[in-house]
Ligand binder design. Structure first.
Ligand SMILES: C[S@@+](CC[C@H](N)C(=O)[O-])C[C@H]1O[C@@H](n2cnc3c(N)ncnc32)[C@H](O)[C@@H]1O
Length: 253
């Protein structure tokens, strides 16, 4: 059989340069909408949370999806939803027996209704419901007394959340989107998620990545912390890999 000729080094180099310099797909504009094809972060495989929808849900369902993931992985605890916006995630967690405070400088009322993604029903939020709020920008010392710090697309808070976890032993779940207003930037060629995972690991905080089933930046980093009690992990440091592969792998509602 004739031996295949190896491509010249310059050809390989040229092809690589072509790959590196070819324009990226059209930018989504908002970093929250960025769809990432990562399969691992900081050499840890990204676990995909199972969801009843076989296609990616719309971004507006991210609070419901994170609520479902949190309550299926941890016992109720004292959580701060940093950059929590309208507070829907906090409301859902409170309904599940958690204690939640939203820390967000912009005061916003709870939405009047939301969709329960398990039943498909619209649920009205009575005006009597409120989630405790601290209407200030998040600072590290505010984390005292919380078991879990949550940052879903929380603006400019990711490094501070990791600092707070290192100082007070809190767990955290962060879904970082943009790097604006953070105290450092990733090196060229390093993704912001990788940079934050490395920052946490350097501070001695074990983290694992997981992916929720919604369009946009849907990869989270979780650190369990001192007071978070995992459910059903049977001695493992991270939740078991879901048996149904491929959940959340396709686009479309
Ligand atoms: C993209 S929204 C995310 C809201 C919510 N977590 C969600 O997923 O729908 C970012 C939120 O971060 C809040 N924010 C901005 N700067 C902040 C800061 N320094 N500390 C806490 N929250 C902040 C904004 O007011 C806004 O509600």
């Amino acid at each position: 059989m004739p031996r295949q000729k190896k491509p010249a080094r310059s050809q390989v180099l040229f092809a690589r340069l072509g790959e590196m310099t070819s324009p990226p797909p059209p930018a989504a504009g908002d970093p929250e909408d960025e769809v990432l094809n990562l399969v691992s972060v900081a050499e840890r495989v990204i676990r995909t949370a199972p969801d009843s929808s076989r296609t990616l849900r719309m971004k507006k369902f991210r609070a419901q999806l994170l609520h479902a993931w949190l309550v299926s992985n941890f016992q109720p605890c004292r959580a701060a939803d940093i950059g929590g916006g309208k507070g829907l995630l906090g409301h859902l967690l409170i309904q599940s027996g958690w204690q939640v405070t939203v820390i967000d400088p912009v005061s916003q009322p709870l939405p009047e209704k939301y969709k329960d993604i398990r039943t498909g029903q619209r649920v009205k939020v009575s005006a009597a419901h409120a989630v405790p709020r601290i209407a200030q920008p998040f600072e590290v010392d505010m984390a005292q007394g919380f078991d879990l710090l949550i940052g879903m697309h929380a603006h400019g808070c990711n490094a501070k959340i990791i600092d707070a976890a290192a100082l007070y032993g809190c767990g955290f779940v962060i879904f970082p989107c943009c790097v604006i207003d953070e105290p450092f930037f990733p090196r060229l060629g390093v993704h912001w998620l990788e940079c934050l995972a490395a920052y946490a690991l350097e501070r001695g905080l074990e983290v694992f990545p997981f992916r929720l089933n919604f369009k946009g930046q849907n990869i989270g980093l979780c650190h369990v912390g001192r007071n978070l009690h995992p459910l059903l992990w049977e001695g493992h440091a991270t939740p078991p890999l879901p048996s149904r592969a491929g959940a959340g792998g396709q686009v479309g509602e």
